[in-house]
Design a protein around this ligand. Sequence first.
Ligand code: PGA
Length: 255
Amino acid sequence: MRRPILAANWKMQKTTGEAEAFVRSFLPLVRDASGVDVVIAPPFTALERVGAALRGSEVALAAQNVNAEEKGAFTGEIAPGMLTDLGCSYAIVGHSERRTLYGETDQMVAAKAAALLAHDVRPIVCVGESLEEREAERTLAVISSQIEESLASIPPERAAEIVVAYEPIWAIGTGRTATPEMAQEVHAMIRERLRDRFGGAGDRIRIQYGGSVKPANVRDLMGQADIDGALVGGASLDPESFAKIVHFDQQGGSG
Ligand code: PGA
């Protein structure tokens, strides 16, 4: 019912040349992938070149951040309309690195997500708990409040267009993945919150898992009822590795 969505988050990595070389190697490896959405989020500086290299393919272009304002005196920032101009169909907002290193609040994330939708760019809204919050058994409360506040400005009739990414902070870039069961527990709770907020559209919103996803664990994660995709950092930097993640149903797994 929900089309799987596999997204590469390159963070602050790859020059324009390296980014284009990735696309040239990657596209032939995923030509036969069907029934899935594949998304690449390069740094802003490589958006145009990656967009040009992706033209004619089914792979979508995404940004890693955006400013909620239309334009103006915001040195160093990028407006939603600039992303549309470059052919972005998605943008990541509220990544934990933005929240913890650059002080982004749920309110800022909510404004960014709404601004993106107004420009027909689909937001990938990230949420996730810290290790301290998990150990204090506050995971469900923390995520529930992030979902409520970060999605506060989404018009219900546009809800099905958003993507939510659950990324436990302690699993990002650490090689420590949540077990599929741990992830599913949080995804199921997110699904409930989405249904409370958006009714039937809550069943259509895709929820990605992120945090040390790799070819060896993606199939088991994707096998969970409410895990509809993956947001992949480290393992998306290499074309073969990300292509294996796109072909998650062909990978090994414990079951
Ligand atoms: P990781 O990053 O796959 O390197 O853990 C995921 C993310 O931060 O989106």
